[in-house]
Design a protein around this ligand. Structure first.
Ligand code: MN
Length: 208
């Protein structure tokens, strides 16, 4: 996320229909081409007249909002968050795969939560508990612990000094076309399309 203004919408690292039948093609098209694109467009529009902040990366914009003028702070936070969260979310999905790789992350999850099943239960409960729009995350805290957290709207874990490993977008636009109002079904389907290899890479980056 070291890119800076003008921000772009990177293509999905898989085909729109690769996550079928768990997440449908139409949802992925709209989610990537319209929802994420809108955050990209809005962020660029906000920064257009502020060349002095156009060299800041997405992460810097989110980590250091206080350096921005108050007049654009909220708009930058919401739209940079929307860009960051969606790119991160999309990057941790993949074609359904039966094999769960054993790696440092799965070992860390087992250590922290007792078992992969216990982690899934805790993550699902957290995702169901998000009131309104937001995200559920697996993060590494500054003390080196794995933790499940939730964020509202397009807030990110970054200002809390937490390093993101995995996230689930629970805004209704992420699931309504296929799962209607049944967020629980969407959450249980999501577990089939998690890109654990990418999540493990994120975990390594968090520990570096
Ligand atoms: Mn979304």
């Amino acid at each position: 996320m070291n890119e800076h203004y003008p921000f772009i919408n990177p293509p999905l690292p898989y085909a729109y229909d690769d996550l079928e039948p768990f997440i449908d093609k139409k949802t992925m098209e709209l989610h990537h081409d319209r929802h994420l694109q809108t955050y990209v467009n809005n962020l660029n529009a906000v920064l257009k007249d502020y060349p002095e902040y156009q060299g800041l990366s997405l992460t810097q914009l989110l980590l250091y909002p206080d350096i921005l003028p108050a007049s654009i702070r909220t708009a930058v936070k919401n739209n940079a968050g929307g860009v960051y969260n969606h790119i991160f979310f999309f990057s941790t999905l993949q074609k359904p795969s039966a094999a769960q790789p054993d790696n440092a992350l799965t070992a860390g999850i087992t250590r922290q939560f007792g078992s992969m099943g216990a982690f899934q239960k805790a993550f699902s409960d957290a995702a169901l508990s998000v009131f309104g729009s937001g995200y559920t995350w697996l993060v590494r805290t500054s003390h080196g612990q794995l933790k499940i957290i939730t964020t509202a709207n397009q807030d990110t874990p970054l200002p809390g000094n937490m390093c993101p490993i995995l996230t689930l977008d629970v805004w209704e636009h992420a699931y309504y076309l296929k799962h209607y109002n049944k967020r629980a079904d969407y959450i249980s389907n999501w577990f089939y399309v998690i890109n654990w290899k990418q999540a493990d890479k994120n975990y390594s980056r968090c520990r570096a």
